[in-house]
Design a protein around this ligand. Structure first.
Ligand code: ZN
Length: 213
């Protein structure tokens, strides 16, 4: 685990957005811009997708990223690669130390299969992503572009036997991850509303997105 603090001051930011649990953030980040995602209350999961702003068919690829860094976990120094094997972003600071890209996002279907039929009507990350792209057709992101994602602050350790486990988070209030865009990108965040597993401590809370320069 490799923790790096940032020297950037929120007062110098060009934009700050608070995103409630169960809500989404959809916006463009220009090449060279730096942004921070802050876990305001701790133990929250931010489910995030990234795209090339000029061609959303180029998007974050978990398998290319994992293969290139030869590590399952994302953290400071990770370059997030696209499905064309090009760097979209780099993680330049991280005070949490654990971010997942294996566990996927919650959906009403997975909640039903994993937990019970009555969970079918509970709000899920996939709903927030679908709402975001429906409300903002100008980003030209389609249903087919909603693929595997990053769960910032989520703790999904892999066992010695290769099993995936969803564990209590190791994040805490004010922990953050900071990224620099290597090209013009679109960021789509679902701030997870999950209540059935400990990805957000059974208590979904807000995050903040802070953008500089
Ligand atoms: Zn979720």
């Amino acid at each position: 685990m490799h923790l790096i603090e940032s020297a950037l001051k929120p007062e110098a930011a060009v934009a700050r957005h608070c995103v409630d649990a169960g809500d989404y953030f959809l916006g463009e980040i220009k090449q060279g811009q730096i942004f921070r995602i802050v876990d305001l209350k701790g133990n929250q999961a931010a489910d995030v997708l990234f795209y090339n702003a000029h061609d959303p068919s180029e998007r974050y690829s978990a398998m290319d990223t994992i293969r290139a860094q030869a590590n399952l976990y994302l953290g400071a120094g990770t370059r997030l690669l696209s499905n064309l094997n090009r760097p979209l972003l780099e993680i330049i600071a991280d005070t949490c130390g654990r971010h997942d890209t294996l566990g996927g996002a919650c959906a009403t279907e997975s909640n039903t299969v994993r937990y019970s039929l009555e969970k079918r009507c509970m709000h899920a990350c996939r709903d927030s992503w679908m709402l975001a792209i429906a409300e903002h057709p100008e980003f030209n992101i389609r249903k087919r572009d909603i693929t595997h994602n990053i769960n910032f602050f989520m703790n999904v350790p892999v066992t010695h036997e290769g099993g995936l486990t969803f564990e209590d988070g190791i994040s805490a209030p004010g922990k953050y991850v900071e990224l620099k865009a290597c090209m013009d990108i679109i960021m789509l965040i679902s701030n997870c509303p999950q209540l059935n597993n400990p990805c957000n401590g059974y208590n979904p809370t807000p995050i903040e997105v802070i953008i500089w320069g």
